[in-house]
Unconditional design. Structure first.
Length: 333
């Protein structure tokens, strides 16, 4: 055992000596390491003194490059000339300054509050807009000669002169209204006369406007109440017409014109029995009233009573114009 150990030690010592000898001598053979020759290192380039320009920085490419036309500045537009956008329902409401220093909501549930609009559109708070002439109920006043005397003007306005046409009445009445010198009692009569002239020209809105003025100046005017009742009935304001006629008959129970106008109103309301009753009342007071006889005949026929044809025939015999008067209101018999 000891002999084997000694032999191993001697072998190790000899190998160490051979290795040291080999390191001290240059080697002409390839390295024993198999990887050295398989991947040889390239020869080292000699150092140079010329400066090398640094490479420019590389920026990351943009995700989207718009065309050149899209990058051009857009032309400005005058936003003041554009119409305002409507405020949709549910959107915040426009507020306008009020005279009290707060704000007024010019919208209420999507509906414009007209009372707040003047301040909202830039007018002075508290100021009232001027009425538009386009909203006037009056047509142009016809051209007609007007006498210089005030009393002659009143006679022509009332239709008591030789020139008793609607145009002449309108011209004379308008001259008195424009002068504005008469007391309320006379002015109420002037407005009522002019209203009747408008009614005769089928300008019913103008007639009602003048009747309104007459009633404002003389609330107890039976003539104005009866006239407005008839104008309202013609254009279909039946409940208001009936109220006017009832008020006129309350002030003057047996007024023929008011009874006739109410009979006309009842017929348009299809209250034929009441219409016939009012025409009967007129004929009891004045049996030769052709318009009442014609109106009663129409109401009877509409109610299924054929005796109305006799009334119409008799009325036409009394007056050649009665059929034309009802024809103006769309009643032809």
């Amino acid at each position: 055992m000891r002999i084997a150990t000694s032999i191993l030690a001697i072998g190790i010592a000899i190998a160490s000596m051979q290795t040291a000898t080999a390191q001290n001598q240059p080697s002409t053979q390839a390295s024993a390491d198999p990887f050295v020759n398989v991947f040889p290192h390239p020869p080292t380039a000699p150092a140079t003194t010329s400066a090398v320009a640094p490479a420019p920085p590389v920026s990351a490419p943009s995700a989207y490059a718009p065309p050149a036309s899209a990058m051009a500045p857009r032309p400005s537009r005058d936003t003041a000339s554009l119409p305002p956008r409507p405020t949709p329902l549910g959107a915040p409401r426009a507020l306008a300054p009020s005279s009290s220093g707060g704000s007024v909501n010019v919208f209420a549930s999507g509906v414009v509050n007209d009372s707040a609009l003047p301040s909202a559109i830039g007018s002075t708070p508290g100021s009232q807009p001027q009425p538009s002439k386009t909203n006037s109920p009056y047509p142009p006043i016809p051209q007609a000669s007007v006498p210089k005397s005030v009393e002659a003007q009143f006679a022509q306005c009332a239709g008591n002169s030789d020139a008793a046409t609607p145009d002449a009445m309108l011209a004379a009445c308008s001259a008195i209204v424009d002068a504005g010198r008469e007391p309320n009692s006379r002015m109420a009569q002037v407005y009522a006369n002019r209203a009747r002239a408008w009614h005769d020209k089928a300008a019913y809105n103008a007639a009602m406007a003048d009747f309104d003025q007459a009633i404002r100046l003389a609330p107890q005017s039976v003539e104005a109440l009866q006239g407005r009742c008839m104008s309202r009935a013609v254009i279909g304001q039946l409940s208001q017409a009936l109220a006017d006629c009832n008020q006129a008959l309350k002030l003057k129970p047996h007024d023929i014109a008011s009874l006739e106008s109410r009979g006309f109103t009842y017929r348009k309301m299809r209250a034929f029995t009441r219409s016939v009753a009012d025409y009967d009342a007129v004929l009891q007071i004045k049996p030769d009233q052709a318009s009442a006889l014609f109106g009663r005949g129409v109401a009877k026929i509409d109610n299924g009573d054929r005796s109305g044809y006799a009334d119409i025939k008799k009325a036409k015999g009394m007056s050649s114009s009665v059929a034309g008067e009802f024809g103006r209101y769309g009643i032809y018999r």
